[in-house]
Design a protein around this ligand. Structure first.
Ligand code: PLP
Length: 363
């Protein structure tokens, strides 16, 4: 028996990098030894070869197909993670004298605002900082003279999610790092979407950026080539050596999603997972969800223990039962469970059963 056969998979509730489908792990590891029966590893093929060009082309076309994107949308795979998009977006879209509108609804959004201020004027339309970002602000006005309106669709750290696209004529820009591909929405409403891959799309090291070309070329500043979306569009995400393996893992995950029935099918599973977990939390008084009910995230479930002294015994029990990633982000504390696309229902069922036992013992 080899080590893989002996390995018992953990229930992985990590917030990112996070669980990917088992078959993606299997195919990706097979391709490290022998990619598509070429006698070469995926790690050693040239990026400017048909071998890799086909990978990239299929990944781009699966993104367009799964998200039902209009033909005028450009799909890019770029380096640098979502954090690079915090400055690449304003660098390309926001002139020094112009104004962008931002919603401040979590740690990541705050970072995006800080970076945007380096390039132009930022109007913060609303903030939920007053209550530690435990809700999504509503009823704010987006200034019509803003060149774009930026928000974080799902707040990975705080566990809130925007459940409707804001109504506005201002071009929409969204950081969808932690809920992209998890439920159906009209992705064509956005002028620009970006997402780090390591939550719902694939392996860390690459960013998915979807944008409208006619937003570009309107700022006066000079842009370094690697920061200029127009150059990446022109060179089909191959301005320099792309993160070949990370893009390949995205392709495998996108294929898996298509096989599972696409976004609408995975949305139903995600709804069931989130409902089971929130219902359990609501029914057991030892646990206390921290987020306004109507803004609860279906991807990241954040809660605390009614009695803080029970946090350690609960985490110890999770560890003992092979559950990882249940501890909350260091900045907010408490507990957090991430339910990304690749997390199977049975992992949520196992956690729920553990929670019930724990509540019986300590309730
Ligand atoms: C994880 C995350 C980021 C940061 O992604 P990096 O790839 O580490 O730069 C930004 N925004 C959101 C919403 C995230 O979940």
């Amino acid at each position: 028996m080899n080590t893989t056969e002996q390995m018992i998979r953990k229930h992985n509730f990590n917030s990112g990098p996070s669980v990917l489908p088992k078959e993606v792990f299997e195919e990706a590891s097979a391709s490290i030894l022998n990619f598509n029966n070429t006698g070469l590893s995926i790690l050693e093929i040239g990026h400017r070869t048909p071998l890799f060009e086909n990978v990239l082309e299929e990944a781009v076309s699966l993104v367009k197909e799964l998200m039902h994107l209009d033909s005028d949308k450009e799909v890019l795979f770029l380096h640098g993670g979502a954090t690079t998009q915090f400055f690449q977006v304003p660098m390309n879209l926001l002139d020094e004298q112009a104004k962008a509108a931002y919603l401040d609804c979590g740690t990541w959004g705050t970072k995006a605002i800080k970076e945007a201020k380096l390039f132009g004027n930022v109007e913060m339309v609303a903030s939920s900082k007053d209550k530690n970002y435990t809700y999504i602000p509503k009823g704010y006005t987006i200034p019509e003279d803003a060149v774009y309106f930026h928000y974080t669709s799902n707040n990975t750290i705080e566990g809130t999610q925007m459940h409707a696209i804001p109504e506005t004529k201002v071009p929409l820009v969204a950081d969808m790092s932690s809920d992209i591909l998890s439920y159906n929405m009209d992705f064509n409403r956005f002028a620009l979407i970006y997402a780090g891959a390591q939550k719902n799309i694939g392996a860390a090291g690459v960013n998915l950026v979807i944008l409208e070309k006619d937003m570009l070329g309107k700022v006066n500043r000079k842009l370094p080539g690697m920061m200029d979306y127009r150059q990446h569009i022109e060179h089909h995400s191959m301005l320099n050596t792309p993160p070949v393996f990370a893009i390949y893992v995205c392709l495998l995950t996108l294929r898996w999603l298509k096989k599972r029935g696409g976004i609408s099918a995975i949305e139903k599973v995600n709804d069931r997972k989130a409902k089971l977990l929130y219902d359990t939390l609501d029914s057991l008084p030892v646990f206390k969800p921290t987020v306004a009910r109507e803004d609860r995230s279906k991807m990241n479930v954040v809660f605390i223990m009614q009695n803080p002294e029970l946090e350690k015994p609960f985490l110890d029990l999770c560890k003992q039962e092979g559950m990882v990633g249940v501890k909350g982000h260091r900045s907010v504390g408490g507990l957090r469970v991430s339910l990304y696309n690749a997390l199977e229902m049975e992992s949520v069922e196992a956690l729920v059963s553990l929670m019930k036992h724990f509540a019986q013992k300590h309730g």
